[in-house]
Design a protein. Structure first.
Length: 318
């Protein structure tokens, strides 16, 4: 059993050693760490070369800045082990629990294994109140499903699409790559879980991944028009896919994803910086025809059609 852990790096000299060290604690697993510096302008590259350059299980690559998606794709092309996993360079993993999951995937012939995480700042032992719940449903953790069926069950319980919170069998997914957009995990995760080659997919409620919440990261930067454009692109892609004959489960999955993305798009529109309220309202009204394409809960209908109430409630809870 073996795993390739791909870590794209960009200006993370304060965090990269803590990140890599958490991986190097892996035991009883054949692994490689693929570090790819994406044109950092700080000391990230010098630090990893000095500390990890002589380690057999660590490979270090450098390139001009091309973005997260292209850097992950390069890592996938380099990877040689049985499984592939992505790790953001300011985050951490619980290597002990990850070792057990890799062993589970190997012995049970799992193609895709999704695990749980938690957000933190400063110390991994200090969880923070964050807007995403990274917990996989415990009731699913003892069963094995096809990729599409597991996706359907997650969409009806607690679905999040972070590409860092699962690993998959490399040989089955050789040609899948990330698109060069913001929120690239949405399309990648859907396509991965929808592949007919993913016959055995499973989840674990164990917390393996620790996502660092910090200022000026991709996750916490202010919303801009580019965020809206990316959400619209992903939403339109799902709508086009839903028009195809994908079978009952796949069609429902896409309808549920359209609903979730619609909510995210509306939230993003009303969080835009340097944008007048009238323009936000026009942009929001233009999203309403999407309601005919998705499968909405009452909560999601309210969030998409009554965003002012949602925003008002959000401010009251601050």
């Amino acid at each position: 059993m073996s795993i390739s852990i791909i870590i794209p790096m960009y200006n993370v000299d304060l965090f990269i050693c803590e990140c890599v060290d958490s991986v190097l604690n892996l035991r009883y697993v054949d692994y490689e760490v693929i570090l790819i510096d994406d044109g950092s302008t700080d000391d990230t590259l010098n630090i990893v070369k000095a500390k990890y350059g002589g380690l057999e299980q660590v490979e270090i690559f450098t390139q001009s800045n091309v973005g997260l998606s292209a850097t992950r794709n390069k890592g996938v092309g380099i990877a040689k082990k049985d499984f592939v996993m992505f790790l953001d360079s300011d985050d951490l993993i619980d290597s002990g629990k990850l070792s057990k999951l890799i062993n589970r995937a190997h012995t049970s012939k799992i193609d895709l294994l999704l695990f749980s995480g938690v957000a933190f700042n400063k110390e991994a032992t200090q969880p923070v109140n964050y807007h995403v719940d990274y917990t996989r449903p415990p009731e699913l953790s003892t069963k094995v499903f096809t990729g599409p069926v597991l996706l359907n069950k997650l969409l009806k319980t607690n679905y999040f699409c972070s590409a860092c919170m699962y690993f998959y069998r490399r040989e089955l997914v050789k040609n899948l790559r990330f698109e060069n957009i913001i929120y690239e995990d949405n399309l990648f995760t859907y396509k991965l879980m929808s592949l007919c080659s993913i016959e055995r997919a499973a989840v674990s409620s164990d917390i393996i991944y620790y996502r660092r919440v910090r200022e000026n990261s991709i996750m916490t930067s202010p919303m801009k028009l580019a965020n809206v454009i990316s959400y619209k692109y992903i939403l339109n892609t799902f709508i086009m896919m839903a028009k195809l004959d994908n079978g009952k489960v796949q069609k429902e999955n896409l309808q549920l994803l359209i609903s979730n993305l619609h909510v995210s798009l509306v939230n993003t529109i009303f969080k835009l910086e340097n944008t007048q309220l009238l323009m936000k309202i026009k942009m929001w009204l233009a999203t309403l025809p999407v309601l005919y394409r998705g499968k909405y809960s009452l909560s999601n209908i309210a969030k998409c059609t009554l965003p002012f109430l949602v925003i008002f409630k959000r401010r009251l809870n601050k």
